[in-house]
Design a protein around this ligand. Structure first.
Ligand SMILES: [Zn+2]
Length: 287
């Protein structure tokens, strides 16, 4: 069964840990993340970008795959299926397809338009018992072709969106998607503290979790971050493990060409990375 992310994030906020959102791309990704969450007895959020949704043949296919896997793998930890950086249309499509959690990213829109569209979705999600993530202050880097500048969110705007009754709020604090450049200035904890002071109990979301040093992650959690998104890091370890397998010529030995063998090292690498992140975030044993 899929659940809203609301309870798991409120518990994480109170317990001073964070729940990981791990983005999925296919069956192997989904199985690796679900199995690891179960082994670590950790709540988990499966993130699906609009691009990944299209790649996996649409949101209904994703819902069918995830629900089927939860059933056949005997997954009992809380699992939320979450649209990542959704448009208004994408949010409506995922609600119809059976997602349990939605992110509407109106951060690139004029604030009034972001406010109005988030308001409309708060009402829909409330009625259906789904969690809703909103975003203020675009997060830098590239996500599905949209490039932001890594700005810091305006705490007053954060308060206006939080007061609408969203479940959790993503706010730019100098974080970016993808790999961080060598001259990155680090997270802006001044901004995070100012936002926290305005939004009170609202669980905060940290995007672009790949490559943020562990001490900054832990400090962000202590200041109110309850959800951390990890995407690129799983892609990198999958790529590295798959490259090693092929470069070692293992695909040419025996039945090494069998996709179930070819994809196995990448699968195991994702499992190890997800476990490592759950340990850093403190969500192990919190299901
Ligand atoms: Zn993001």
């Amino acid at each position: 069964m899929l659940v809203s992310a609301k309870d798991m994030l409120n518990k994480a906020r109170d317990g001073k840990y964070a729940v990981g959102q791990f983005n999925i791309n296919n069956l192997e990704w989904t199985k690796a993340i679900l199995q690891t969450a179960q082994e670590q007895n950790s709540p988990v959020i499966l993130g699906v970008s609009e691009g990944a949704g299209k790649y996996m043949c649409g949101y209904k296919t994703v819902v069918g795959m995830v629900k089927g896997m939860i059933d056949s793998l005997g997954i009992t930890v809380p699992v939320a299926l979450h649209l990542d950086h959704g448009s208004f249309e994408g949010a409506k499509a995922c609600i119809n397809a059976g997602f349990s959690s939605i992110m509407f990213d109106g951060s690139h829109l004029p604030f009034e338009e972001n406010f109005a569209k988030t308001t409309a979705l708060v009402n829909t999600c409330d009625v259906l018992g789904l969690s809703l993530e909103a975003e203020v202050g675009a997060i830098g880097g590239e996500e599905d072709g949209v490039v932001g500048m890594g700005e810091c969110a305006d705490p007053e705007e954060c308060k206006k969106i939080a007061d609408l009754g969203v479940t959790m709020l993503a706010a730019g604090i100098g974080n970016i998607h993808g790999k961080y450049p060598a001259n990155w200035a680090g997270l802006s904890f001044e901004t995070l503290e100012a936002i926290k002071a305005k939004v009170g109990d609202m669980p905060l979301v940290l995007h672009g979790g790949t490559g943020i040093p562990d001490d900054q992650i832990k400090k962000a959690i202590s200041l109110g971050v309850a959800k951390i998104n990890v995407n690129t890091e799983c892609q990198l370890v999958f790529q590295e493990a798959t490259r090693k397998y092929i470069e070692a010529g293992k695909d040419l030995e025996g039945k090494g060409f069998d996709p179930r063998k070819l994809l196995a090292p990448g699968f195991e690498a994702i499992k190890a990375k997800v476990k490592e992140k759950m340990e850093i975030f403190g969500s192990v044993g919190k299901a």
